[in-house]
Ligand binder design. Sequence first.
Ligand SMILES: [Zn+2]
Length: 299
Amino acid sequence: MKQNLKTSVIGSYPIRVDTLDLIYDYFSCIESSWERYIEQAVHDMTEAGISFVSDGQTRDPFIQLFTRHLNGCRIRQRTEIIGPISYHHPITVADQIYARQLLPPKIGLIGILTGPYTLMRSSVDSFYYDEKQLCFDFATALHSEAENLQNHVDVISIDEPCFSNELPEYAAEVLRTVTAGLSCSTRLHVCGDVSRIIPELVDMPVDILSHEFKASPFLFRVFEQYPNKKKMCIGAVRSDDVTIEPVDEIVKHVQKALDIFGENVVQIAPDCGQRMLPRQIAFRKLQHLAIAGGRINGG
Ligand SMILES: [Zn+2]
């Protein structure tokens, strides 16, 4: 059967930011341009042959990227919550519009949101003293960002790594607050060992589930035990290991996923964001992923 798998990324890409330049801009009262970093990330991903790219999330760590721009947050070493969370201006939209301009035809763009639960868990709360309320207020703010983002991207991916440690009973409800009424497709990325929460994951209000099947191949066996109609993004190269997986190994891994999930496998990707890898290694992993995808698609 001919496949139509897309190769994609989870989000971050290891572009080295020139801090001396940023300091110079700061003291010269010039607003630093981030375009060159977005250009480098998008260039590497498209050059590697990836079909759904991101802006590389080079601007800020994935928590501050959002909390820096929300009312109610103060950035210290960690984000501190000092008032009601609310949204007052687009956060990632300008970077996505710029990334879109750089894309060759037919290459898609993924907009990435750090999920409300992970934002809540990563913050120090000095105002709400009510985790659920704080989480839902983050979700409402992220929904506004998603509404602004949806016309500029092909997929919105919600990154909730903290779900693998602890899934709140309101997980589906809080994600629905983010995704309600969106017109573009949505993806939930949860890395780590998700084997305990698969029955809940398969009912989440998103179109695609994304997990680290390469570092945790036992997830295949656990997923097999539950009915699952979700589309799947299969982690097929590791993000925590510099070994570059041979193309044959990636193909074999994805074939296993196809045996289990069939045509619901719509994307293959690294297990997680590639921020921690050396750039050259991250690039070659993406290259191998793209070649493997092409081979599976019968190209
Ligand atoms: Zn991840």
